[in-house]
Design a protein around this ligand. Structure first.
Ligand code: F6R
Length: 596
């Protein structure tokens, strides 16, 4: 996720772009840059946040310009990888938010044709492609180029010799036009515009915008003209940064369909890992902390099912002190921030023990990436809420992709099975969206939990870790004590704590443990505890044993933690909101835990 902004008008573009970028910083903050048309193109970009860009920026001015704040997905945060990107002649400048799926083949072809690349990004291929198609009309060149591009993008492009326009386009990444008097704007979202205008027009997928200082014209990529009405927004800047949501956490929960979709783009299986890793390992160790540890526990079921290699999951804080009894171990470290001290220490220890190491992280260039042999990036975009949400579900996506890849390496997955798994993975973001489309019932169920002092989450098999994650999310933001248990364990002790004031969230998709789960739910009900069950749509049995049922779309059991996690995130969120807790910054907690 990155922030893009463009300005065209009668004023100096530089201070306007900088102010707008500041408003977009929550979308990405590892590097930033801007470009204006003055006497030719003048641009400046660097690693770091907008404040540091402001301090080092030389004087560049012009009345048309583009600005970008980056959250790296391809290539580490660096001056070279920061936007804007310019073509070889230095005439065309482009900024981009999204992921270009076919960038490798475009890059290869363009290099063969003589274009010189200066970065590791997916974006740069687009500016060279536009250069290739340029024949005196930048709009036409962008249109021709986009016909060859696959993936998600919001782009804005300028040409030094066509000072009267900015060309922008969108597919699956947000883009909005801001309408001022004699000046106009284009941006990733309205937060960037509100200091200047609240009249906006939204750009839709596969549309191209020609923005001039007098107005805008929208056409489809095919060239058909589109009419679009403008809207007035009444948000404050803070509302806009949160996309109109009350908290970042809620916004990030709702961003999960996109985050899952982006994390899958172009990599089932992960061909780079397939080429990199030999099959010379007989155990897999997954190491992580907190929510990432729960992802690791789910990963155990996935890896064992797909690759038939035994998996051990350990907490980062424990691994260093364990006996090095396993040989030929592949170590997978999961950390959304890439900076968790316990996980970093574990990565060093794993190397010392001679293991091949893989990291799954959301932050390009973070410390863990320097400790391991191979990094797989989730593409969740920045997560501002301390409680991990979209980074967790995208970690699961990463584990499914790696699991399939390990299955290929170990030759334990048939071609038909891979096709089936791939097809389910591609549908996941739609399933998550359907949970998010109807949250009222989840909100009502949460009401039954808000005055409890203890809550239990139970699940079996792959949803035992989902129960742990539900309980962690619940306790960390609502400050109500919660525990996750394998459902079969309740009768070995915790049942003693159940009373009519102890709600139990029972995760019960129709898998091979379902009948047992029904029995466990009945045991809980018999103690008078209210039961909120989470099950598959069309399951009429659950209503007979539970007080409330929340339905999710039916998915193959191994994938069920994804839609179910969204439900437990929302239960935690609604309870915390009703209790007026500090949701985005829970007490005593930090987003990245850099001490052991
Ligand atoms: C809980 C949460 C934490 C983190 C843990 C590890 O919502 O976010 O439990 O999961 O501190 O952090 P990373 O994944 O950055 O290593």
């Amino acid at each position: 996720m990155c922030g893009i902004v463009g300005y065209i008008g009668e004023n100096d573009a530089t201070p306007i772009l900088l102010r707008a970028l500041k408003r977009l910083e929550y979308r990405g903050y590892d590097s930033a840059g801007l470009v204006v048309i003055g006497d030719g193109l003048s641009y400046y970009k660097d690693k770091g946040m907008i404040d540091s860009l402001m301090q080092t920026l030389p004087k560049i001015s012009g009345k048309v310009g583009l600005g970008h704040t980056r959250w790296a997905t391809h290539g580490k945060p660096s001056k070279e990888n920061a936007h804007p990107f310019l073509d070889c002649k230095g005439k065309i400048a482009l900024i981009h938010n999204g992921i270009i799926e076919n960038h490798m083949e475009l890059r290869k072809q363009l290099i063969e044709e003589g274009h010189k690349f200066t970065s590791e990004t997916d974006t740069e291929a687009m500016v060279h492609l536009i250069e290739k198609h340029y024949n005196g009309d930048i709009e036409k060149a962008v249109r021709e180029s986009l016909k060859q591009v696959h993936g998600s993008y919001a782009i804005a492009v300028i040409h030094a010799d066509e000072k009267d326009k900015i060309i922008a386009a969108r597919n699956e990444s947000p883009l909005v036009i801001g309408i001022g008097g004699g000046e106009n704007f284009i941006a990733s979202d309205v937060a960037a515009l509100l200091d200047y205008t609240n009249e906006v027009a939204y750009v839709m997928d596969n549309e191209i915008v020609k923005l001039t200082k007098q107005g805008f014209e929208i056409t489809t990529i095919k060239g058909e003209s589109v009419s679009r009405t403008t809207e007035t927004v009444n948000w404050t800047v803070e509302d806009a940064e949160k996309g109109g949501y009350e908290h970042y956490m809620l916004k990030e929960i709702f961003e999960q369909p996109n985050a899952i979709h982006d994390s899958l783009l172009g990599r089932i299986p992960d061909l780079t890992l397939n080429g990199f890793l030999d099959g010379n390992f007989n155990t897999i160790k997954i190491i992580a902390c907190g929510t990432s540890y729960h992802a690791g526990l789910i990963g155990k079921y996935v890896f064992e099912s797909f690759s038939k290699v035994p998996v051990v999951v350990e907490m980062g804080s424990e691994y260093r002190y364990s006996e090095p009894v396993y040989e030929n171990t592949l170590v997978v470290l999961i950390t959304q921030s890439g900076e968790t001290a316990d996980t970093l220490a574990a990565a060093k220890e794993a190397k010392r023990r001679g293991s091949m190491t893989i990291a799954i992280t959301n932050v390009v260039g973070s410390s863990i990436t320097r400790e391991v042999d191979y990094t797989f990036y989730t593409r969740a975009g920045p997560e501002i809420g301390v409680a991990a949400t979209k980074t967790f579900t995208t970690q699961l996506v990463a584990l499914y992709i790696l699991g399939i890849t390990l299955g290929l390496i170990k030759r334990t997955l048939e071609y038909d099975r891979i096709r089936e798994l791939t097809s389910t993975l591609r549908k996941l973001s739609r399933y998550v969206q359907s949970v998010l489309d109807d949250t009222e019932h989840i909100e009502n169920c949460a009401l039954t939990m808000k005055n409890a002092t203890d809550v239990f989450y139970i699940g079996r098999n792959i949803n035992y870790p989902t129960a742990l994650e539900g309980a962690l999310k619940f306790k960390e933001i609502s400050y109500i004590h919660a525990e996750g248990y394998p459902a079969g364990e309740l009768k070995h002790g915790p049942l003693a704590l159940l009373t009519p004031r102890t709600p139990v969230v029972a995760i019960a998709p129709k898998d091979h443990t379902y009948e047992k789960m029904l029995g466990n739910i009945s045991e809980v009900s018999a103690r008078g505890s209210p039961v909120i069950a989470i099950g598959y749509q069309e399951d009429t049995e659950l209503e007979k044993v539970a007080d409330h049922v929340i339905y999710v779309p039916e998915v193959p059991a191994l994938f069920s933690p994804i839609p179910i996690t969204v439900v437990v995130q929302l239960l935690a969120y609604y309870v915390a909101r009703d209790r007026k807790c500090s949701i985005d910054k829970p007490r005593h907690l930090a987003k990245s835990v850099t001490v052991e």
